[in-house]
Design a protein around this ligand. Sequence first.
Ligand code: ATP
Ligand code: MG
Length: 426
Amino acid sequence: MSQKISGVKGMNDLLPGEIEIWQSVEGRARDVFGRFGYGEIRTPMVEDTALFVRSVGEETDIVGKEMYTFEDKGGRSLSLRPEGTAPAARAYIEHSVNNQEPVTRWFYMGPMFRYERMKTGRYRQFYQIGAEAYGAKEAAQDVEMMDMVVQFLESLDLKDISLNLNSLGDEACRPAYHAKLVEYLKAHREELCGDCQRRMETNPLRVLDCKNEKCQAVAAAGPNVLEFLCEPCRAHFNDLQRKLTGLGIKYVVNPRMVRGLDYYTRTVFEFIAAHPALGTASTVGGGGRYDTMMKGLGGPDVPAVGFAMGLDRLVLLLKESGKKFTQAPDLFVVAVDEGSQDLALTLTSRLRREGLRVDFDTRGGSLKSQMKRADKSGAHFTLVLGEAERTSGQAKLKRMAGGEPIPVTLDDVAKALRAHRDAAPA
Ligand code: ATP
Ligand code: MG
């Protein structure tokens, strides 16, 4: 016997039964984001490695440890995209979009790749839905984006997700905070993990992001970034909060939140779900403002704000909700003899063309086994075809939930099904 080949660790198959939840989430995102004027982009799954090194940052876990990097046959260093902001920025710059319109709103969805230690809600191929708005530096743009996420989560009926906010300042005020943070971390060097002892030299902000408990305790007692904000950054952050309150959006200010990427300036935010199904992977999404990244990538001086949500984690929450996502067939056609099999094939073909969800057993078989299949399919109605139905052109629609069968002519099955489907209570 040949040896079985398994899928790659940390990369999942999505099959019918579950895929409907994914499609529903994607559909809601397209719908809600469309209402906010965001257009969908699709960029390649692979980019020049330098793109992520320069934007996400060499010292981040993503670039330093988690990237799938390889050399192609032409000797180029390529990476599977670990996130979507840098590819979107690259596309924006490459297509000179800033010359075509002052403000651009884009969203994307698709797989991302990170070589991570797996657990619930943490995979090596995972999926993100994200959005970017280019061209507006105003807090109103940040608020619009958070409102969009809130409305998207509402459309999925997901509750108990809290919005955490912080401001990281800008190039004017961050250096003073940095200096203070380094001074503080140096004094607590011995309490930090090995990684953080290194990070405090190369990128001290990353220490605040460390998952190690001891490092978190050190970070919690350290300097508060909000106390270092310069006047324009403070005004931006105040404006942001005032506008959120104006929209009735609840939030919590968390001055220790820095997020795992290097490019943020001013606003950062996270949506955190308090649900045991997620275990420690409780952040369903996050984002922030990156006003200097475009220039850093050799592009125009365009401010931007963006976010990404983890689709896998949203699906885990929706699975817990007990909500039904699969759609049962409207009708299951049962053919009791050879001759009726052909009629079943033409009838189902016609009904499907007319927009109905129809199932039948292409293998034929006994009436009993087909009825069993019909039952299992969850179809709302069944229709049995035998010699009598073939000759008379008349049949009966049997409601699987019970009740009197409904007489129909074979030409009018679609009409009858629609009438009863629309009349049925949801
Ligand atoms: P975490 O702190 O959980 O590692 P992160 O800061 O690395 O998250 P981002 O890069 O901000 O995450 O990505 C945005 C969202 O994408 C996360 O909030 C999460 O929902 C999802 N996500 C990130 N990494 C993974 C992964 N390996 N598997 C599944 N979802 C992920
Ligand atoms: Mg991570």
